[in-house]
Ligand binder design. Structure first.
Ligand SMILES: Nc1ncnc2c1ncn2[C@@H]1O[C@H](COP(=O)(O)OP(=O)(O)OP(=O)(O)O)[C@@H](O)[C@H]1O
Length: 483
């Protein structure tokens, strides 16, 4: 039988009119002038008497349904009233069989961060996420995050066998906590296979935006939820940041210099909403800082001409990092869990850039936030991080360049070096106008390290403002993805 040929064809009553409905082997459901693609548009169904209620999520047909110029979807229930019980039973059986064949998740663990972004995640869950999950007959456990690192703590001992995925109704911060929770487990090799979903409800929704923009869909909670329900997956690179025995796992970005300073220091203007970034960004450009230090990197294929070969001093640094990896180290604070990819650092083609730097930015996915296309060429699982580096730039050119962040055109500026790297060592130094002050290392929107005299330098951080190594594990994590 051809995939498009009907496997079922029956007379049904729809809105009072009797017509013929058909279902094909490839999941096309048709009646009158309506065609539903079950895989793409049908969430689930329920039965009431002789009525089959098809719960769908279909493209809106009028302008009200537009979101940032992109067509969005609406929930819609179609009622097909069958003329006999036996045909209804046959239809529900075949429809269920088709839905089961799609490998969609049946049980989810969901984190909701009531504190993130505009504090709207709980409302987003109730209004946008829950109705779709209920329509799709997905079972779920919901857990509100109670404090910082709560999600990491829960995931560390969560019974993963009871779930087909973990979903974060939050910004990127909670997603990264979940990833870190999975990777510090004793059974991390198995744990990291669980698919992760993200529904945008924070200030930084870079991962949700990157996923949805890749299929030209709006970064809306309902589109993100549909992606989870449909259960398509894609793999995602994980970067391991190490400093001595301390590790942190990242899936989004690292910033040092201008972008980190704007991101973190603008917190004091939180009341302005997202305008705080533009407002404080202009201040930082006019009072532009530069940081001493250097970066060592392994260029990806095609980028070998960037930077300079290592001098002896830096070769010793790379070899030192290799030694720490190979020796049986002293008892570490964490005995088990993922230690990062096994890479022989010495054997790689390391190159370097010396500072001072205006900005160093490493990105794993294209979007850093909903309005910031930081790395237009970044790919989810190419085993590389995109490096966006600025060493010197006139203030007016920088101001103009910052407006190009919304469409990624900043990487074309002659003052920007844009390349892909496979491993990276950051050696951060002090500000070159004030040697007593260091900068901020921002990873996935949180402060990983602060230098002396930096903003809120009295607060404790996971790492110190010192040399840190980054290695990439290609496609280690799995995301629910719209395609
Ligand atoms: N109940 C809570 N109280 C305080 N902080 C919390 C709570 N729950 C989670 N957090 C923390 O909120 C931070 C931000 O989380 P989230 O991912 O939702 O948003 P974000 O976009 O990354 O950041 P934000 O919106 O706060 O700028 C995370 O560091 C998380 O640990």
């Amino acid at each position: 039988m051809e995939a498009g040929e009907p496997i079922l064809s029956d007379r049904v009553r729809i809105s009072g009119t009797v017509t013929t409905a058909t279902l094909s082997a490839d999941g096309q459901l048709r009646w009158s002038n309506r065609l539903l693609d079950v895989e793409k548009e049908v969430l689930g169904f329920s039965v009431e008497g002789l009525k089959l209620k098809i719960k769908s999520f279909v493209q809106g047909r009028d302008e009200i349904c537009c979101f940032a110029g992109k067509q969005t979807h609406i929930r819609k229930t179609f009622v097909l009233q069958f003329l006999s019980d036996s045909s209804l039973r046959l239809w529900t059986h075949k429809l269920q069989e088709y839905l089961d064949s799609l490998g969609r998740p049946k049980r989810l663990f969901i984190f909701v961060n009531p504190y993130g972004g505009k504090k709207s995640a709980s409302g987003i869950f109730v209004n946008d996420v829950k109705p779709l999950l209920d329509d799709a007959n997905v079972a779920y456990s919901v857990q509100e995050t109670k404090y910082q690192l709560y999600a990491k703590e829960v995931v560390k001992s969560l019974d993963l066998a009871s779930y087909d995925g973990i979903v974060c109704v939050s910004g990127d911060g909670v997603l990264v906590e979940v990833l870190n929770g999975l990777l510090i487990r004793e059974d991390w090799q198995n744990a990291i296979k669980i698919p992760l979903g993200v529904v945008p409800a924070g200030t930084g929704n870079g991962m949700a935006k990157s996923l949805l923009d890749s299929v030209d869909e709006p970064c809306a909670a309902s589109n993100a939820t549909l992606a989870v329900i449909r259960g398509h997956k894609r793999s995602l690179d994980v970067a391991t940041l190490t400093q001595g025995d301390t590790r942190f796992f990242s899936v989004l970005m690292l910033a040092w210099g201008l972008i980190a300073d704007i991101d973190i220091e603008s917190e004091k203007y939180r009341w302005m909403g997202s305008a705080r970034l533009d407002f404080y960004g202009v201040q930082r450009i006019f009072g532009l800082r530069k940081y001493n230090g250097n970066i060592l990197f392994v260029p990806a294929s095609g980028y070998e001409s960037y930077g300079e070969p290592l001098d002896l001093e830096n070769r010793i640094i790379v070899e030192g990092e290799s030694e720490t990896k190979f020796k049986e180290g002293p008892v570490t604070t964490q005995q088990y869990g993922y230690k990062g990819p096994e890479v022989d650092l010495k054997s790689l083609n390391w190159r370097k850039f010396d500072g001072p730097f205006v900005s160093i930015w490493l990105h794993n996915v294209p979007w850093g936030g909903e309005d910031t296309m930081a790395a237009p060429n970044a790919e989810f699982s190419d085993g590389c991080l995109d490096l966006i580096m600025i060493r010197d730039i006139p203030k007016l050119s920088l101001l103009k360049m910052m407006t190009g962040l919304s469409d990624g055109s900043h990487v074309k500026s002659p003052y920007v070096s844009y390349l892909k790297v496979k491993a990276f060592i950051l050696q951060p130094g002090p500000r070159n106008d004030d040697q007593g002050k260091g900068g901020i290392i921002d990873v996935d929107g949180e402060v990983l390290a602060r230098g002396k005299g930096a903003y809120k330098c009295e607060e404790e951080t996971l790492m110190s403002y010192d040399k840190l190594l980054i290695k990439v594990d290609q496609g280690l994590a799995t995301l629910f993805s719209p395609n």
